[in-house]
Design a protein. Structure first.
Length: 153
């Protein structure tokens, strides 16, 4: 039986090369490839991979973040900030975002995919995200930017 990394690599390849519209379709493809996985496992894999569900060419499908144009990534980030971020705090040269349990990774992936120049990267736990800022960036200004986007979402 293959492990998590090979399964996720296979899923990512499928999302880049094919039109995959449902988690059930991914479960079936994995089964055909000799990998047993449940829908819940595939759901977690998609979150960890940062996959997003978009409507393209009239159909809903999953795509990898590198296949999402900047407009979709920005809109997704605004929506996730609005729906899932409870608080945005400054902590020295970092920002700390508080989310409901289990949703920090989803928001962190969207922050990374949005390509905000002031953000160097994120680390997500279960309900907390540490946002590392680029050198010389004012944490209060980035916190205010994210608060505005959160209100707009």
């Amino acid at each position: 039986m293959a492990g998590k990394k090979p399964r996720q690599r296979m899923i990512a390849d499928w999302l880049r090369e094919h039109r995959v519209g449902s988690q059930e379709e991914i479960v079936a493809r994995l089964s055909l490839a000799g990998m047993a996985a449940t829908q819940a496992t595939v759901s977690r894999d998609l979150i960890e991979l940062g996959a997003v569900k978009l409507k393209r060419e009239g159909r809903i499908r999953y795509v990898m973040p590198d296949n999402v144009d900047a407009g979709h990534a920005a809109a997704k980030l605004d929506r996730l900030l609005s729906e899932w971020v409870d608080a945005i705090l400054t902590a020295g040269p970092l920002l700390v975002l508080k989310t409901p349990p289990g949703s920090a990774n989803l928001v962190a992936n969207a922050l990374d995919a949005a390509g905000i120049a002031e953000i160097a990267g994120t680390i997500a736990g279960d309900d907390t995200i540490f946002v590392a800022l680029a050198d010389g960036v004012n944490p209060d200004a980035v916190a205010a930017l994210l608060q505005q986007r959160r209100a707009a979402g």
